[in-house]
Design a protein around this ligand. Structure first.
Ligand SMILES: C[S@@+](CC[C@H](N)C(=O)[O-])C[C@H]1O[C@@H](n2cnc3c(N)ncnc32)[C@H](O)[C@@H]1O
Length: 302
């Protein structure tokens, strides 16, 4: 099993055992769909052979496509960037180097010039060297996260990069709105849905991933699509914040067909254990997975 390749906000490594123990084995489903991919913690643990992965973030998706197809180039180029960085003996010069690469990345990802492979090389470099692996952009879409002094070296993650690259080989990779699953998913496919979490304090909360956000209406749309996929015979799992519980329990047909498991999880940017912040939030796992229908620890609370 591979670890996620990238550090990504909302990564599911903290609750991976809770998730995996409630999913059917690889032999019990057809295709695997993960339309809110981010760091893809569940995909990389499962390593399904017929995967469809998707994220609304086109820069992230370009990275995974290039990573699937051009691993050696990406590793060599990242090793070179590490070598260049290690030649500097002052923090100031290292920062200069980082901010020059960041500017280059922003030229590329905003379409001001076209080199998708170089964009992917720099995406991995910035993810390894920026503060907490955070992906944040300003109003113009420019990545604006500062450098962190302790960087993750390419050599130290090379084995995992190879494993992740291998896992992606037979995978369809797209960048569109998650609603495409309504058309594509069929009977006995497995769908793992990890949307931006619903916030209790402000249902119209604009999420950290996407300008325009993922508001309460979109959460309901997702629930209704999940129900349609259930009727079609697909196996569906949704993760969300505990705050979103009522969204699922207040809907009769949904409530009758899905089980809910509350989980205590720590929030973090994944892959960076030293930076985890324990905010004590509680998540929920919602699924119609038939193997776990009578699973004792599933609640069907209202
Ligand atoms: C909670 S994160 C997923 C984290 C992932 N499960 C992991 O382990 O790293 C949610 C992801 O959904 C993406 N997203 C937000 N709105 C979306 C939409 N409408 N359709 C598809 N993806 C979307 C974001 O870019 C973000 O990467």
């Amino acid at each position: 099993m591979a670890d996620p390749i990238l550090r990504w906000a909302g990564g599911k490594r903290q609750m991976i055992d809770d998730i995996l123990s409630r999913l059917p084995p690889l032999t019990d489903f057809n295709d695997y769909y993960e339309p809110f991919f981010g760091g893809g913690a569940v995909f990389f643990e499962l390593e399904p052979s017929n995967g469809h992965i998707n994220d609304i973030n086109p820069t992230l998706i370009n990275f995974y496509k290039q990573f699937r197809d051009n691993l050696d180039y990406i590793i060599t180029a990242n090793n070179r960037l590490d070598d260049d960085l290690s030649r500097f003996n002052s923090e100031e010069k290292m920062k200069d180097f980082y901010y020059t690469r960041r500017r280059e990345f922003n030229e590329l990802q905003n379409g001001r010039c076209e080199d998708k492979l170089r964009e992917a090389v720099l995406f991995l470099f910035l993810n390894r060297t920026c503060w907490n692996g955070l992906y944040r952009t300003n109003e113009d879409g420019d990545f604006n996260v500062p450098m962190k002094s302790k960087i993750i070296k390419t050599e130290s993650i090379k084995g995992n990069l190879k494993r992740g690259h291998y896992a992606l080989q037979n995978t369809t990779i797209t960048s569109k709105d998650f609603t495409f699953i309504e058309k594509e998913v069929g009977k006995n496919d497995l769908v793992f849905l990890d949307p931006p979490y619903q916030q209790q304090s402000d249902a119209r909360h604009f999420d950290e991933y996407q300008p325009g956000g993922f508001d309460e209406e979109r959460q309901k749309e997702l629930r209704d699509i999940a129900l349609k996929l259930h009727r079609r015979g697909a196996i569906v799992m949704i993760t969300n914040s505990h705050d979103a519980k009522n969204l699922y329990t207040n809907h009769d047909e949904f409530h009758e067909n899905f089980r809910i498991k509350p989980i205590k999880a720590s929030r973090s940017i994944n892959s960076d254990s030293s930076q985890r912040s324990q905010l004590g939030d509680t998540d929920i796992i919602v699924t119609n997975s038939p193997q776990f229908w009578d699973h004792k620890d599933f609640d069907n609370f209202r």
